[in-house]
Design a protein around this ligand. Structure first.
Ligand SMILES: NC(=O)C1=CN([C@@H]2O[C@H](COP(=O)(O)OP(=O)(O)OC[C@H]3O[C@@H](n4cnc5c(N)ncnc54)[C@H](O)[C@@H]3O)[C@@H](O)[C@H]2O)C=CC1
Ligand SMILES: CC(=O)C(=O)O
Length: 380
């Protein structure tokens, strides 16, 4: 009898995980459990020392998972695929090279310098936030939008407190007083999660969205606990004027956020009101929220309204966020590592949607349009 053996060819990839260096960014791209799964699939994982500490994961935990610790960022960046959380900051651009596969959040529509650095160095850059399933869902943005949406009401409630500069409104109210009024613009993942917390606190909640089917779904979910409003300038102006807290959570995937709340609308809000611009990572949707803030200094005041516009909100709850992120990214990281990026793209249209720059060209149309770069569709 002849025994046939089939040789399975598995690509072994080296994967680097640098420590995040953005302000108060304590997430890390992989939990030890995630590292273990890549190692079990035959890959080598190199984690920069202390990268997991901020999320509650020790170096020893990664070693137990089969990963190797490296001392420096330069080493962590030297491997075939680099997994990160946040878009690289300027001091990290030195590590870009043409044979690098970078897998991370990128938000290129709001990052002109990063976009040109990736193009110049011909990096294969895959953005978590534009990976998209055929039904339109953004599976690697979803977990962080859930976190940011839930946090947005929590931080909004804190900044409404008088000692923090707010007007002194308790979102739940108490018997004999009015409830706090919360308007959420964009009723997708972040907006829905904001609504859950705002409703849970007992606030009066309005959700504005341009997608009427989405408003119908929200009406089915929340019933009479919320009001749904169609998005147009007049409805937005009215809702903003009457609100204590306005949360911005719109998204047009990959593109710059539309500025739906104008400066004139902000001027109509009562002093001490609060806005939370979750969409700041795509450029922001409030005309007056013209820059991203940091967890060190999250709020500034314009027209007597407190503006919170932190671009990495989930970084403030890194233990929860790192686990939620790895839960979502790991399957895609395994596809890239097991098959090599070209075969992984060929097999998965969802993953291919994540490709933002390749071989010195922009491969995501909404990003190309922002900067008027030619859009070059990558075919694998
Ligand atoms: N600042 C931070 O730390 C974080 C920011 N984000 C950002 O939050 C934003 C929202 O993300 P998701 O909720 O996941 O997106 P999503 O795609 O689930 O929801 C976006 C919603 O905006 C609605 N929309 C689009 N145009 C509109 C318009 N003109 N008027 C009203 N509604 C409109 C869409 O119909 C959709 O329901 C994104 O910019 C995302 O990058 C997400 C996580 C963390
Ligand atoms: C979505 C994103 O950029 C973040 O979670 O920081």
């Amino acid at each position: 009898m002849i025994k046939l053996t089939h040789k399975v060819i598995t690509i072994k990839m080296t994967v680097g995980v640098p420590k995040e260096i953005k302000n108060n960014e304590n997430r890390v791209a992989l939990t030890p459990v995630g590292a273990e799964a890549l190692v079990a699939a035959g890959h080598k994982v190199y984690v920069q020392k202390t990268a997991g500490e901020g999320s509650g994961f020790t170096d020893a935990g990664y070693v137990d998972a089969g990963a190797t610790l490296v001392d420096t960022a330069a080493e962590a960046w030297s491997f075939e695929m680099v997994m990160k959380v946040k878009e690289p900051v300027e001091t990290e651009f030195q590590y870009f090279r043409s044979d690098l596969v970078l897998f991370t959040y990128l938000h290129l529509a709001a990052e002109p310098k990063l976009t040109s650095a990736l193009l110049e160095k011909k990096v294969t850059a895959i953005a978590y936030e534009t990976i998209q399933l055929p039904n339109g869902q953004l599976p690697l943005l979803t977990p962080m939008s859930e976190v940011a949406g839930r946090m947005s009401v929590q931080v909004g409630a804190v900044y409404l407190e008088k000692p923090n500069g707010g007007k002194g409104v308790l979102l739940s109210g108490v018997p004999g007083t009015r409830r706090g009024r919360v308007t959420i613009i964009g009723g997708g993942v972040a907006g829905t999660n904001a609504a859950k917390i705002a409703v849970g606190l007992g606030a009066e909640v309005t959700i504005i969205d341009s997608n009427l089917d989405r408003l119908r779904q929200l009406d089915d979910i929340f019933g009479y606990q919320i009001s749904t409003v169609a998005s147009n300038p007049s409805n937005i102006a009215k809702a903003v004027k009457g609100s204590d807290l306005v949360i911005g959570a719109v998204l047009i995937p990959g593109a710059k956020s539309p500025k739906l709340v104008t400066e004139a609308m902000i001027k109509t809000m009562e002093p001490g009101s609060v806005i939370v611009d979750i969409a700041i990572d795509q450029g922001g949707m409030f005309e007056t929220a013209d820059h991203a803030t940091t967890h060190d200094n999250p709020v500034y005041i314009k027209h007597n309204v407190l503006h919170y516009s932190v671009g990495n909100m989930p970084g403030a709850v890194p233990h929860t966020s790192t686990i939620a992120l790895t839960n979502a990214t790991l399957g895609y990281a395994l596809q890239i590592a097991n098959k090599g990026f070209a075969k992984a793209f060929a097999d998965s249209p969802a993953l291919l949607k994540g490709l933002n720059t390749y071989n010195g060209t922009v491969s995501y149309k909404a990003v190309a349009d922002v900067y008027q770069y030619p859009f070059v569709e990558a075919v694998f």
